[in-house]
Design a protein around this ligand. Sequence first.
Ligand code: GDP
Ligand code: MG
Length: 375
Amino acid sequence: MALNWFKKKKHKQEEKTPSDRKIDEDSEVLDTEDVADTQPSGNNDDREHQKLENETPPPPHINDQEADQTASKKPSGLFKRLKSGLSKTRKILSTDINELFAGNRKIDDELLEELEEILITSDIGVQTTMDLIQNISIKSSEISGPDQLKNILREKILELLDATTKPSQEIVDKPHVIMVIGVNGVGKTTTIGKLAARFSSSGKKVIIAAADTFRAAAIEQLTIWADRAGVDIIKHKDMSDPAAVAFDGIQAAVARDADIVLVDTAGRLHTRKNLMEELKKIKRTISKKLPGAPHEILLILDATTGQNALSQAELFNDALDVTGIALTKLDGTAKGGIVVSICNALEIPLNYIGVGEKIEDLQEFDPIEFLHALF
Ligand code: GDP
Ligand code: MG
């Protein structure tokens, strides 16, 4: 029944493995105008904020000691922002799981099937959902209500999240170069602005290189972010060679004794040009100018695109060896389960999550805290 349904799903998924997909010679395959047009909806819901202000502390955690340590490490304002940002996903995962047990229901195939649907709706992914459900059906005798179910889910999800988490990268070289990549509209420029502010407020000297020269508006947008963060920006005219901008950014960083260079890039080019080739060229130019650089290739993924984000990650990783991921717009989606998919399906660590459009809405990804904010 429940598991039969999954076997069918699994079979379907295997018919279309991501490795079958090819990078289109023309970067049109990554043309995500639809994505770019999807503006985050209701990200700053005042009512939700108000509700959170009044909320009682979260229910007991599988590992309360760990959770308490995390909560005391983080200023409560940041945790509130995280909770507020994840509200849509929490509605699915937490509220709907509570509702499953309405009327004193017990775990049976029907309930498991409804749970499968909840997990799939949150974009945890078919394979991961299957694993979770299997785990729950094994332990079903221990489960008599939503709290026990959530505890088992948390425990299992934490294992999946922990698997790819690694401590944030030490910054040893000076300048430390971070090349930021991703398709159009995912939040590259915004994330660079937020990162610049973070590094700058921790005492680092930051330079931004405006190597998305595809549109004049992109350079203007980045200039506004650089002003906001109070950091220098290196820019050329629009349509100029992006690799030359990256080169100048590093040259300026060396001359000005800067600690960090953030390189913005385009997510879409003229149809004649191949995005991946252009990005590779920028990367090569950076390495030539500064051996060992870029130290990080940060891929930006948009949580609202759901499972699409996974195939983008594979395409970019094949071409450029991505070192980390920043997942944006978790506040605009009920599909925050994509975090679990990303950690489970990819070998690339999830470094940051974006939970809003403001400068302070970028957080380092912390699995325990994430789960604590979700359930
Ligand atoms: P780029 O084309 O990849 O450089 O994307 P932009 O940085 O221009 O961002 C595209 C849109 O996504 C903008 O409207 C941003 O404000 C928005 N955005 C970026 N990150 C987030 C986030 O974490 N949450 C929300 N709600 N919106 C975001
Ligand atoms: Mg941009």
